[in-house]
Design a protein around this ligand. Structure first.
Ligand code: GLC
Length: 459
């Protein structure tokens, strides 16, 4: 089996030889089941975190929980080639041939400004850009390799431009960093050769050190693919310690073999167990890096639904753009993010700073919550009545969120109905009803299934 874009990350990594133990260890949370299962009695208990550790994480992550929506940017030599960021591996391109792209990479000046402006307009509150992807090319200035933007085609530090652009729009700044490296001579042999491992770990820690030293305050460090080593091999504890020492407020993800501050389900929305932070990262078509032929674009409606669904589960949505080699954003992405931005502009308060919603079951709507207020985000507008089954909390009042128009409420044991609504959806692509409840809204769909009075059959 060869790794393909359709392959899940778990499958790709298994193909690449990542051991079952690493996968089972849960560092790759996109592999976790939908609802986290109780651990079998024989498995070792997770180490307890001290209240100080938990409090410190809460402090560092407060802005991120409120933010809910961020922009992921995949940009590198693969953007020049335009065949997806895995092209080097997937097409079996020899290193010397692939390296030629480094000379051809000539982005227009300050390309990141347009990304940051678009992110802001879309309602995204932070950005995470690839500083180095699997291809091994560093978009930043480094003393450790010549395979980096200032010493190749771009002739300047692209990460510095990105950081400046994000800050100019008031957005938080994140760096993606791939541990896996297809270019570095030790990138694969480090698994079998201890001297190579030591050299490669020194190189890796050195690059990460530069990233968290040279650009001021960095808000997120987003590791990726820890093939072919494990946390021990990468000396990940030491790496994170160094990162936190240099950036005491940063948050880090879980892809260097350690749990980190948050889980990273990929290309799917899967809430972590309550209390664990998570962020779903997703492409707008099927490619992270620019792939000119990929036209499988998600609609703006799907993207808004996804923002809602993440917020519903208490998570974040990190939505990707794959700029071209010159730094311009594919028009399809601009259009969609602009649409999403129009919606976010009006509905922002129903998304930002919301809490995980226990109410989550409907075939026409998603839900977010702030205290006792439930936001019903209707994406399949049914007509004059919107019903939610199994809502066990008393509803006090309801209104359409954007217009403030009062909505009549009819509440019965099994359901609540919002009535007298227009036949056509008042808002596109999603209409939001704000519902004031007596307490924290609770839904019990099991109760509906079990307790709904049945009719006799054959009587
Ligand atoms: C996977 C892919 C990579 C992409 C990343 C984003 O690990 O290998 O191309 O950058 O997911 O989450």
């Amino acid at each position: 089996m060869k790794p393909s874009r359709r392959m899940s990350r778990r499958e790709s990594l298994q193909w690449l030889g990542v051991g079952a133990a690493t996968l089972a260890a849960g560092s790759l949370t996109d592999c976790q089941p939908q609802t986290e299962q109780p651990k079998p009695a024989s498995s070792p208990a997770e180490p307890e975190e001290s209240p100080q550790v938990i409090a410190d994480r809460e402090r560092r992550q407060k802005w991120w929980h409120a933010a809910k929506f961020g922009m992921f940017i995949h940009w590198g030599l693969y953007s020049v080639y335009g065949h997806h960021e895995w092209a080097m591996e997937e097409e079996g391109i020899p290193v010397a041939e692939y390296e030629q792209l480094a000379k051809q990479f000539k982005p227009k000046p300050q390309a990141a400004r347009a990304w940051a402006k678009l992110a802001k307009q879309a309602g995204q509150k932070y950005m995470v850009m690839t500083s180095k992807h699997h291809e091994g090319f560093c978009n930043f200035d480094t003393k450790l390799t010549n395979y980096c933007a200032p010493k190749q085609g771009p002739g300047r530090d692209l990460v510095a431009e990105y950081v400046e652009a994000a800050r100019a729009e008031g957005l938080r700044v994140g760096f993606y960093y791939s541990l896996m490296d297809w270019h570095h001579p030790d990138g694969a042999r480090c698994a079998k050769d201890e001297a190579a491992r030591q050299r490669f770990v020194e190189y890796t820690h050195g690059l990460v050190r530069e990233l968290v030293t040279n650009y001021g305050k960095i808000d997120v460090l987003w590791y990726d693919v820890d093939w072919p080593l494990d946390a021990k091999g990468w000396e990940s504890e030491k790496m994170n310690e160094m990162v936190f020492k240099l950036q005491p407020d940063i948050i880090v993800n879980n892809r260097n073999g350690l749990p980190g501050d948050f889980s990273t389900p990929e290309q799917e929305i899967r809430a972590a167990k309550s209390g664990r932070a998570w962020e779903s990262c997703m492409t707008m078509n099927d490619s992270w890096g620019y792939q000119r032929a990929d036209d499988n674009w998600k609609s703006a409606k799907t993207l808004v639904r996804n923002v809602v669904e993440c917020a519903q589960g208490g998570g974040n949505y990190l939505l990707n753009i794959g700029p071209k080699g010159d730094g311009s954003i594919p028009e399809e992405s601009v259009q969609r993010l602009t649409e999403v931005g129009k919606w976010m502009d009006k509905h922002g308060p129903t998304i930002y700073e919301t809490e995980r919603s226990q109410v989550d079951s409907s075939v026409m709507a998603g839900f977010t919550r702030k205290g006792k207020t439930l936001y019903v985000h209707v994406y399949n507008w049914p007509g004059s009545t919107v019903a939610v089954g199994g809502l066990r909390t008393k509803v006090r009042s309801a209104k359409l969120f954007t217009s403030g128009r009062k909505v009549d409420v009819k509440q019965e044991d099994l359901r609540v109905q919002f009535t007298g609504l227009p036949e056509k959806a008042p808002e596109e692509p999603v209409t939001t009803i704000e519902v004031e409840c007596d307490g924290e809204p609770v839904q019990d769909t099991e109760w509906v299934r079990k307790e709904r009075p049945r009719r006799g059959v054959g009587i």
